[in-house]
Ligand binder design. Structure first.
Ligand code: RRO
Length: 309
C-alpha cells in the first residue's frame, strides 16, 4: 500500500507534503523538508523584493491551532531561483514555487521568471491575509479574473492557485465561473482564515502584535472550513482540475476526510510548525493503515467517495 498521487500531471510519492508558509523560507529549512517524508518541497511565498515581514510576535500556537501575521517574510524570488537547482540536485521530489505579488503587476513578472526555470509546480498565492492595507486578492473576483487572464496566457509549468476560504455557495459558484475559463491545473484550498483575533484573558492582550492582533487562523479550528471548500470545488471543478486540501490536518484520519471530500493531495501547515518534519511520515503511514483497513487499494479508489446520509 502506498499513497502515491498526481497533481497537475506531476507524480507525488505520497499524499502529504508541506504547505507554503511554515519553516520554508531559507535553504536550510527547505533542506529539512527535502529530508523529511514530505512528498514535495513547497517554498515560502516569494515577492519581487526580499521582505522582513511584520513585527514580532507574529506567530502563536494555541491548543486548537495557530494564529499568524507573518507579513510575507521571504528572500525575494531571485534567491529562490538560485536555491532551486541546489534543491533539485539534492532531492528527488517535486519543488513547488509559491508566488505572491505586492501589487498585481508583480505577478506576471514572477510567473514568467519561474516559467523559464526548472520548477516543477507553480502555486500562485491569491490569498495572503496579512499585508497591511491590502485585501486578499481572491475575494475580489474582478481582479482575480484579470490576473488569471494575464498569467495563464503563456504558462509553461503546471499551475495552480492558493485560495482563501469562501463561506457561501454563491461565492463558490462565482469563483468557479472564473476558474473554469483558464488552464488552471489545481486549486489549493484553503489559506488561513484571515483576520481573526485571539485574546489572552490573563494579559488582556492579543496573542500577536501586527494589525492590532488580527491574523490568519490555522489548525483544528479551520478543518471544517477547509473540508467544505475542498468539497465545494471538487463538486464543481473536480473533473477539470486537481484539488489540494490544507487546513487542520494532523493525522491520517484528517487526511482521509480530505480524500473523501475530493482532495488529490494534502498540505500540512500548523502541524508542521507544532510537531516538526516527522508529521509528514506519520500522517501518511496512518492514512495507509486506514485505506488498507477499509479495503481501498489506492488514493484514486477513495477520492471523492464521500457517502450521502
Ligand atoms: O506571510 C504571511 O503572513 C502569510 C501568508 Br503570505 C499567507 O499566504 N498565509 C498566511 O497565513 N500568512
Amino acid at each position: 500500500m502506498n499513497t502515491a498521487t498526481q497533481v497537475a500531471g506531476v507524480q507525488l510519492g505520497s499524499y502529504v507534503f508541506n504547505a507554503a508558509g511554515p519553516k520554508d523560507v531559507t535553504y536550510e529549512e527547505l533542506q529539512v523538508i527535502g529530508q523529511s517524508g514530505s512528498s514535495a518541497i513547497t517554498m515560502k511565498s516569494c515577492t519581487i523584493e526580499p521582505r522582513e515581514g511584520n513585527e514580532e510576535p507574529r506567530y502563536k500556537d494555541v491548543p486548537l491551532g495557530s494564529i499568524n501575521s507573518m507579513g510575507l517574510p521571504n528572500l525575494g524570488y531571485k534567491e529562490y531561483l538560485r536555491i532551486l537547482p541546489l534543491l533539485k540536485n539534492k532531492f528527488d521530489k517535486p519543488i513547488v514555487a509559491s508566488l505572491a505579488g505586492m501589487k498585481p503587476e508583480d505577478i506576471p513578472v514572477l510567473v514568467d521568471a519561474f516559467n523559464e526555470s526548472d520548477i516543477d509546480i507553480i502555486e500562485l498565492n491569491l490569498s495572503c491575509p496579512n499585508l497591511k492595507g491590502k485585501p486578499q486578492i481572491a475575494y475580489d473576483f474582478e481582479m482575480t479574473d484579470a490576473i488569471l487572464r494575464d498569467v495563464t496566457k503563456n504558462l509553461k509549468k503546471p499551475f495552480g492557485i492558493k485560495l482563501p476560504p469562501y463561506f457561501d455557495p454563491v461565492h463558490w459558484d462565482m469563483a468557479t465561473e472564473i476558474f473554469k475559463k483558464y488552464p488552471i491545473d489545481f486549486l489549493c484550498c484553503i489559506n488561513s482564515v484571515g483576520n481573526t483575533l485571539i485574546i489572552d484573558p490573563e494579559t488582556e492582550r492579543p496573542l500577536i502584535k501586527p494589525k492590532g492582533g488580527f491574523g490568519g487562523l490555522g489548525g483544528d479550528f479551520i478543518k471544517p472550513v477547509a473540508l467544505a471548500n475542498v468539497r465545494a470545488f471538487s463538486e464543481r471543478l473536480g473533473e477539470k482540475m486537481a484539488i489540494i486540501g490544507v487546513g487542520g490536518i494532523k493525522s491520517g484520519t484528517d487526511a482521509f476526510e480530505f480524500l473523501l471530500a475530493g482532495a488529490d493531495a494534502v498540505q500540512i501547515g500548523t502541524q508542521f510548525m507544532k510537531e516538526g518534519p516527522e508529521c509528514f511520515g506519520h500522517i501518511d503511514t496512518e492514512l495507509q493503515a486506514i485505506l488498507k483497513k477499509k479495503g481501498y487499494k489506492d488514493i484514486k479508489a477513495a477520492k471523492g467517495k464521500l457517502k450521502s446520509l
